[in-house]
Design a binder for this molecule. Structure first.
Ligand code: SAM
Length: 405
């Protein structure tokens, strides 16, 4: 466990985190039925009315896609919606410990699979870049472990505004748009710790190299189709975009190795109507003032598992409180508390821990799910136990207790 003390042995993360009366998006089920407080005719509503008049009715999925990611007017495209002044808060914005433990997860998997000479860390939907920043800090602090490994960072982000914020967080500078029309990346730079970093609009554009993939609160913003009155549930939500991305991840991992870690709120094929909106830390009717509120639907992990089509093994979903406990969150919290004599920082750390772990808060609603090559779970050629002819894979951290070999 000493690694948990070493990761972040320096000062606490400079970024003051949220002390959290704000809303996290996993909180409520069902579409809002609140009174229409904001009935403004937004540019997005005008766009949708024009579209429907010209080409006919649209599906719920098309509505969600247009509202969130339309390149001209989409909710995600031109604003920073995270944090106190935004519409919702996420785990990495609440506590630095969250990202640190995920950083340790990637290093632990890298070690368990033979310490490749290079890897890409690929994050889907990186928000403000806070999570990647916390992971990179762990990579720096465990530099002696990673010193011979060539690491590069690859961010898949549709939002122009958020990609600018990510560049400021991770590279501490504005990065110009890529001029080379042949480049699959739309921005390229170097992080403050000297690691190459690139931005893409689509996972397909990321080089197909040995990679660790991360998606935190990404799958829940992908458009869902809604069906009623089939099988045993009276509502069913299906997210084909999530299926396409899982298939792509599975193919890549089966081909080159690596792993994908997916964290989100969701269910294992049991929930019904979860489509909802958030605006200013309040639940928001999905049809009111489109383009001004976030839209989301719970992730169906059973669907993700099916979409992997047996190409890779899957683990989870396990609840956030279990995953973080297995990763050693208690030890890490103690290290940080022992190091801090600032009462407000200590209070922030304790409140952040409670928010992440409390079953009534984010502890039970959020889940972790992983895709791994089959040989990672059933043994591979690089891990031979001296007394056995068969390889002995180490347990996958988070889904079992972290074992640091
Ligand atoms: C709910 S935010 C989560 C941000 C961050 N992962 C966190 O936990 O703080 C969703 C992120 O996904 C991005 N995003 C939404 N749809 C996307 C898409 N189709 N392709 C790539 N990024 C997308 C958004 O711009 C944003 O960065």
């Amino acid at each position: 466990m000493s690694v948990l003390a070493r990761a972040g042995a320096g000062p606490l993360s400079a970024a003051a985190r949220a002390v959290v009366p704000w809303l996290w998006r996993g909180k409520y089920f069902s579409s809002g039925k609140e009174p229409a407080e904001n009935s403004l005719v937004t540019p997005m509503l005008r766009h949708l009315m024009y579209k429907i008049k010209s080409t006919g009715p649209i599906t719920v999925a098309e509505y969600m896609r247009e509202v969130l990611t339309n390149p001209a007017k989409g909710y995600y495209v031109y604003r920073d919606m995270l944090g106190e002044k935004g519409d919702f808060i996420t785990s990495p914005e609440i506590s630095q410990i969250f990202g640190e433990l995920l950083g340790i997860w990637f290093i632990s998997e890298w070690m368990a699979t033979g310490k490749s000479a290079a890897f890409q860390l690929v994050e889907l939907g990186p928000g403000r870049g806070t999570l990647a920043g916390d992971i990179l800090r762990v990579f720096s602090q465990l530099g002696s472990v990673l010193k011979n490994c060539d690491i590069s960072i690859h961010l898949v982000e549709v939002s122009q505004k958020l990609s600018e914020i990510q560049a400021l967080t991770l590279a501490e500078e504005k990065i110009p748009l890529e001029r080379n029309a042949g480049s699959p990346a739309y921005m390229k730079g170097v992080t403050k710790s000297g690691i190459p970093i690139s931005w893409y609009r689509d996972l397909q554009d990321v080089p197909k190299e040995y990679s660790f993939y991360l998606a935190h609160e990404f799958f829940d913003v992908l458009p869902v189709h809604k069906f009623q009155c089939d099988e045993t549930r009276d509502h069913v939500e299906v997210c084909p975009d999530a299926g396409v991305i899982i298939q792509e991840l599975s193919q890549r991992i089966a081909l080159t190795g690596g792993a994908a870690l997916i964290a989100d709120y969701g269910h294992d094929g049991t929930k019904t109507d979860t489509f909802r909106g958030f605006c200013g830390h309040k639940l928001h009717d999905v049809l009111i003032a489109p383009g001004t509120a976030d839209l989301t639907a719970d992730v169906d992990f059973s669907y993700l598992r099916r979409m992997a089509q047996g190409k890779v093994a899957s683990l989870g979903p396990v609840q956030q409180q279990t995953f973080l406990k297995n990763m050693g969150i208690d030890v890490r919290l103690k290290v940080l508390l022992d190091k801090s004599d600032d009462p407000s920082m200590r209070q922030q750390l304790l409140q952040g821990y409670d928010m992440l772990m409390n079953p009534k808060k984010m502890g039970e609603r959020f889940n972790f799910f992983a895709l791994l090559p089959h040989q990672r779970l059933h043994g591979g050629s690089h891990q031979m136990n001296a007394r056995q002819s068969k390889p002995s894979p180490s347990p996958v951290a988070g889904f079992g207790e972290l074992v640091w070999r």
